[in-house]
Write a protein that binds this ligand. Sequence first.
Ligand code: HEC
Ligand code: HEC
Ligand code: HEC
Ligand code: HEC
Length: 234
Amino acid sequence: MSLRIPFILAALAMLATATADAAPNYEGRKKCGSCHRSQLDSWEKTAHAKALDSLAPKVKVEAKKKAKLDPNKDYRQDADCVGCHSTGFNHEGGFDPKEPSKYLTGVGCESCHGPGSEYRLQHRKAGQAFEKKKQATARQQLAEAGQEFQFEERCASCHLNYEGSPWKGAKKPYTPFTPKLDKKYGFEFGKAVRNDKAMHEHFKLEGVFTGPPLPSFRDEFQSKAKPGVKGKEE
Ligand code: HEC
Ligand code: HEC
Ligand code: HEC
Ligand code: HEC
């Protein structure tokens, strides 16, 4: 019997490689929003939703002057800026300034939850299994399909990406808005992630998914969550 174990391990390793090859790509918020209507409506009111507009000329003039940027310049196609003000720039299916999709402008769903081409199919399947048979699906498979459950690194890649940052992953292009320029640009994950006006408001989940991984704040958020409006995929 024990002779079979290396074979099983080899087969598992191959399976893992095959899964990693089917890398998920960005698709934009249209799909997410058609099922998660409440989160979409709430997110649309956030600064994240309007982040690309901040790169237009003659807006946020004082902030730009302070950061030694040109307030009359249009930065909406500038590769040094759009990466943090849109969704999935420089990744498969992500924002392309030459053909800007209106579903990829701003810091969208997939900027935080991860590129959705694979896991959104699992949401649909799991939703149906739950509706028909009251059967819950393991959350682990979502993580394997690229869904984010930790968030902190993703936030850091935009908010803590500057020279001399405490975040080890920092590399160019940097954000011009750093705590050195003004204390208000400092970033504390634990505080920021609880800012519903910057993320979106939270709505009750029915328990379609079960088990790990979960962020430490899931129960806290769900205990205060409102009843949501569900949509159907178009
Ligand atoms: C076909 C409909 C559908 C689409 C499209 C869809 N979802 Fe979902 N999603 C669901 C359902 C159903 C659940 C389970 C909700 C529940 O438990 O009440 C879910 C759950 C979630 C959860 C919570 C998962 C957990 O840990 O329990 C998140 C976060 C989420 N979706 C984000 C997204 C994002 C981002 C997209 C777009 C990339 C997306 N969804 C696309 C139907 C969908
Ligand atoms: C793709 C880059 C990106 C990611 C990822 C990102 N942000 Fe942001 N965030 C921004 C930008 C850009 C703004 C400023 C938008 C503007 O005013 O143009 C912002 C603004 C904010 C604000 C301030 C809103 C206000 O009203 O002043 C908070 C708080 C925030 N983000 C928290 C987070 C947290 C927490 C995460 C991770 C869960 C996160 N962000 C992920 C780019 C990002
Ligand atoms: C590494 C990510 C990153 C890059 C690159 C980046 N930004 Fe941002 N930008 C942010 C984040 C994060 C914020 C939100 C800061 C906050 O409020 O704490 C922001 C905020 C802003 C704001 C609003 C500031 C305010 O006080 O309201 C403007 C305007 C802006 N960015 C313009 C630009 C321009 C122009 C460029 C290119 C020259 C650029 N950004 C490049 C991440 C980035
Ligand atoms: C700036 C980051 C950020 C963006 C952008 C964002 N989310 Fe979230 N979202 C979160 C965080 C943080 C949670 C809480 C995670 C948890 O409880 O597992 C969350 C939770 C959720 C949940 C679980 C139920 C709930 O309401 O808490 C769903 C569904 C969801 N988001 C969908 C979306 C959709 C759809 C979009 C785009 C319209 C979106 N999110 C955009 C950060 C973000």
